[in-house]
Design a protein around this ligand. Sequence first.
Ligand SMILES: [Fe+2]
Ligand SMILES: [Fe+2]
Ligand SMILES: [Fe+2]
Length: 424
Amino acid sequence: MLAKKPIPFLDLVLSISEATDLVDKELNNHNKRVAFTSLNIADSLGLSNNFKYNLIIAGLLHDIGSFSLKERHEILSYDYRPKHSTNNHSYIGYILLKDFDPLTEIASIIKYHHHSWEDIEELELPETVKLSAQIIHIADRIDVLIDKSKDVLTQVGDICHIIKKDSRVKYKPDIAKEIVKLKNKEFFWLDAISQPEISTFVDKLGYLPLDFDMDIIDKFANMFSHIIDFRSPFTATHSSGVTATAEFLAKAMDFSDNEAFMMKIAGYLHDLGKLAVPVEILDKSASLNTNEFRIVRSHTYYTYRILENITNLEIINSWAAFHHETLDGNGYPFHLNGSELSLGAKIMAVADIFAAITEDRPYRKGMNKRESLKILKTMVKNNKIDSNIVTRLIENFNEISEARESAENRATKEYKEYRSIFEE
Ligand SMILES: [Fe+2]
Ligand SMILES: [Fe+2]
Ligand SMILES: [Fe+2]
């Protein structure tokens, strides 16, 4: 039987942060660099370790609400200003994180990370939120101003000139002043273009990384699944349906309670790599061209590589990331075969297919019992998926369908609430 092991909070945050940067090669570690530059600014301003810790987390997650390539590119222009007060990535990031207890303050910081100083100076907000949002704002704009193809130290003068010019309007004057003071400190600018190992700096702050207990892991993974799914109406309820199915099948296959719980977490995270797929492709109901198809297929590779960095998540990862592998070894991306795949991975593969073919999508109804079982049985016959698992699914068909549907209905409700911010 598998034992419960704590999962470090920072590992989880880093994994979402990396995942959201994958959508565009140009961004390559943008979140991490902003977190690092923010930390250096906070250091220079003499702020407390607790403040810095929150700032790093907020920096790592600041662009989490930016789903489309189009918006990602808009943000790269120095003068970017959200066109809409709620339909923009800062606000979306705030909505996605705000109800998750350990991140409520971080959510507010993210909400204001593109506000100019003029806009937030008078707002009734905790000073720490205003200050953090402004530090991230300026660190983010510095990252955009640096031309990565040229030597950074040759650009410092120009960048400081721009920051100084925009002080008071865009930036809180004392932060802008601090940046100008850093003009001759080479380390600050070299750090700003580095590939920082964030955990080293968090360790230095002397904080024990907050380890999550099972209840919080559950909430976190659920929140994470919404970040993955809510990017497109076509995927809005998918992870919820897969999770309910996988958890049920695990119990039906005699997994212990703890193992069934781990299966639930794996279900929430199984399509994590879809964060690397541009929303423009996810939103296509028409058939994809070869290249787009390749990009979509790469999602399980990214799920695996991202979850790989999380301590104590190895087994959950191996159940989550191999859901497009098949028993005959012709699946992807690792081409593992039946003897190499664990029972958990085989369950996830069945759950993923079952949820995908039975769920309603905006452009089609889900399949009924007869149609869906026909597909699953054909796949068993072709040595794609495990026959025992499909037998258990057939034996428990009604209960599983009910569990899947009610999980999807819950997700639909949450998705609608989330979408309503675009109509405000
Ligand atoms: Fe942003
Ligand atoms: Fe998938
Ligand atoms: Fe999936």
